[in-house]
Ligand binder design. Structure first.
Ligand code: BG6
Ligand code: MG
Length: 223
């Protein structure tokens, strides 16, 4: 069995990914009276708050000064937190709790590798904090996803080398980050967007530990 499991949060553990985009949409509507096209949802998944805002402003060809940029980031987070007010363990995606339990039984160490500054609070609300031996701090890493830093920090947090870790992601940036960190990447989502994943499941409820382990071992032999 592999020794460590590194998890993204939004869109992997919980269905919070959609809330991020809802908050961005409201922010842009309220401030610039523009509608964000859905393609930006994929492009901002896994990407830090500041990098997401920059991508959105670049797309809309809007320039703002530093003070406005800060204000927009804060306002987006307020909208996002409003959407999180009703978050409960019911927001855990199907199959995830079972997978976390199985991994725990197999003595696999778990670490969180989320770009979100809200991750610790969300894990608490989901009542999942106790499963995780480490939560990588996105503030402490130099570069956000698609750079490997957050996954390297998560693996470091549980003292497991990345090659002995399996990592779960739903975003293009996240899969790139895992692959660069040289951990085994499990994608959850579409084969078009996540073609670079070492193993792919369409939805969390299809995650299968035996299949992940077999595929991981084959990958490891080929290193
Ligand atoms: C990632 C989300 O998990 O966290 C992104 O996929 C989000 O959409 C990023 O921008 C940062 O989150 P937060 O909560 O710090 O704004
Ligand atoms: Mg995600």
């Amino acid at each position: 069995m592999f020794k460590g499991a590194l998890f993204d949060l939004d869109g992997v553990i919980a269905d919070t990914s959609v809330y991020h985009f809802q908050a961005w949409k409201k922010l842009i509507q309220d401030n610039f009276q523009q509608d964000l096209p859905s393609q930006l949802e994929e492009q901002t998944k896994g990407v830090s708050r500041a990098d997401s805002l920059q991508r959105i402003l670049d797309y809309l060809q809007i320039e703002v000064d530093t003070a406005k940029f800060q204000q927009l980031m804060q306002q987006k987070n307020e909208y996002y937190l409003q959407l999180l007010q009703t978050l409960t363990p019911d927001n855990i995606l199907p199959g995830i709790k079972e997978l976390l339990r199985e991994l725990q039984q197999q003595k696999v160490k778990l670490a969180l590798a989320s770009a979100s500054l809200n991750a610790p609070v969300i894990l608490e609300k989901l009542q999942l904090s106790d499963y995780f031996a480490a939560i990588a701090d996105p503030v402490a890493v130099k570069q956000g996803k698609p750079a490997p830093d957050i996954f390297l920090a998560a693996a470091g947090g549980i003292n497991v080398t990345p090659q002995d870790c399996v990592a779960f992601e739903d975003s293009i940036a996240g899969i790139q980050a895992i692959n660069q960190a040289q951990a085994f990447s499990v994608g959850i989502g579409s084969s078009v967007e996540l073609a670079a994943a070492d193993l792919l499941f369409a939805q969390t409820k299809e995650l299968n530990l035996a299949q992940i382990e077999t595929s991981y071992q084959q990958w490891k032999e080929g290193l």
